[in-house]
Design a protein around this ligand. Structure first.
Ligand code: AMP
Length: 430
């Protein structure tokens, strides 16, 4: 695999003027490492597999050369949208929010093409009629979630036989969300001859199989892990039952402009919001049971700073681009180690320094060790002043906490008794 080198300038990447002008307006001063590597390969027509997290600038990495190719091709052919229900560039994404976000980015990069490139986003949860109307006469770029795209194909709103470039964004997420069947059905409808770009944060077996089936002599790009990480990660050991109090304390202490708090279940969102409200902190919730209209509205309000605290399930963890999010908090730990990376990637985006906090009680302790191991990180355990661990703290927990500041006032209470099993201690604590 190729690893990142010093990024060139956008001009050196041979992008055309309408795109360069837009990048200047957006104040993108230089390509991110993923852009520096992906853009030339895509322009050279190669298939590509890239390991990239959200926040690395991967959307522009595929969107800019895709736009350039389509625009140049259209200009050469003097063709306008005359091919019926065609699609030239198809971008498949796992979630509705990501579909909207990617389409917005593509449209934004394309403003100086003055309407020559048509981009449409289609996703579930909203009426299909508007999307069918938008697809009339075909589209140059289609950003889609797999399920809705299949629906639209079966109602003849769109055909995939003219696709020249396929982008699979967040392939691992797409497969882990159970889109395997939809994906293979869609792939079967695409022409054999095409360019395929696959982006994935992780490479489980399913993704590797997909890669082998789909890609033709691909360029392989893997960022060095710290290229994309500008996130300071901190972990706090917390007594069981004190997480809400600690969270409220941290909010009051730090007065963050915005915070994204992750929990593991939809009802935990509401539950935590209620508990915070009682402590004088207003928070909104964001999860899969909320309608699309609500989710879009809340997200906009959060992005614009109207909402300070958003409590979300992992539906929000992938791909959402909330500019300069100062802090992400794991109130519940994510189930999978890769979701941990996705969650914390919401903060510290594109060169901004961010902060990711995890609150762990004894039930999370082993799981967090797994998260660390799988992600090849090792974080110092800290305690929050005023909420130090009580005397039932286990020896193992202390060991894992090294180097940890000795919590004041707890030293003499520490258990001296040898041979006490950790579960005994933990049982006492629960
Ligand atoms: P992404 O990883 O594609 O979700 O991008 C994350 C954020 O980085 C978005 O807000 C982009 O607008 C921004 N971004 C992408 N590329 C650059 C760049 N070269 N310079 C500055 N910001 C960028």
């Amino acid at each position: 695999m190729t690893t990142a080198t010093t990024p060139a300038s956008f001009t050196e990447l041979a992008l055309i003027q309408p795109l360069l002008a837009r990048l200047t307006e957006l104040e993108y001063q230089q390509p991110t490492p993923i852009q520096a590597q992906v853009i030339p390969s895509v322009l050279a027509g190669r298939d590509l597999i890239a390991g990239a997290n959200t926040g690395s600038g991967k959307t522009a990495a595929f969107a800019l050369p895709l736009l350039q190719d389509i625009f140049t091709q259209k200009k050469a052919e003097h063709s306008r949208d005359s091919k019926g229900n065609y699609v030239t560039g198809l971008i498949l994404v796992p979630t509705r929010e990501l579909a909207k976000q990617v389409a917005d980015s593509v449209k934004s990069y394309a403003v100086h093409f003055n309407g020559a490139i048509k981009t449409v986003a289609v996703f579930g949860g909203v009426s299909a009629n508007t999307q069918m109307l938008a697809l009339r006469g075909g589209t140059d770029i289609l950003v889609a979630t797999p399920g809705r795209l299949l629906d639209l194909i079966s109602s003849n709103a769109i055909k995939l036989d003219k696709v020249k470039t396929l982008v699979l964004d967040e392939a691992d997420r797409m497969l882990s969300l159970g889109f395997t069947d939809e994906l293979s059905e869609l792939l079967g409808q695409l022409p054999k001859q095409k360019q395929t770009l696959l982006f994935s944060a992780t490479f489980p077996e399913q993704v590797q199989t997909l890669t082998q089936e789909l890609l033709n002599d691909p360029v392989e790009i893997q960022l060095q892990s710290d290229d994309a990480s500008t996130v300071v990660q901190r972990v706090f050991n917390v007594n069981k039952g004190e997480k809400t109090a600690v969270l409220a304390h941290l909010f009051k202490q730090h007065q963050w402009r915005q915070a994204l708090v992750f929990v593991n279940a939809k009802n935990s969102c509401e539950h935590l919001a209620d508990k915070l409200y009682k402590r004088g902190i207003e928070a909104e919730v964001f999860h899969g049971d909320k309608g699309q209209g609500y989710r879009t509205r809340i997200l906009e309000a959060f992005k614009s700073g109207e909402i300070d605290v958003l409590i979300a399930t992992d539906i929000a963890a992938r791909g959402l681009d909330i500019e300069k999010l100062p802090v992400v908090i794991n109130f519940d730990l994510p189930r999978s180690p890769s979701d941990y990376m996705h969650r914390i990637g919401r903060s510290g985006r594109a060169g901004e320094v961010g902060l990711a906090l995890s609150l762990i009680d004894y039930e999370d302790f082993h799981h967090f060790k797994v998260i660390e191991k799988k992600n090849k990180i090792r974080l110092e355990r800290e305690q929050v002043e005023g909420y130090e661990l009580d005397e039932t703290i286990t020896q193992e927990m202390l060991e894992a906490s090294k180097p940890m500041a000795k919590p004041e006032g707890t030293g003499k209470k520490k258990r001296k008794k040898k041979g006490l099993g950790q579960s005994d201690v933990w049982l006492r604590n629960s």
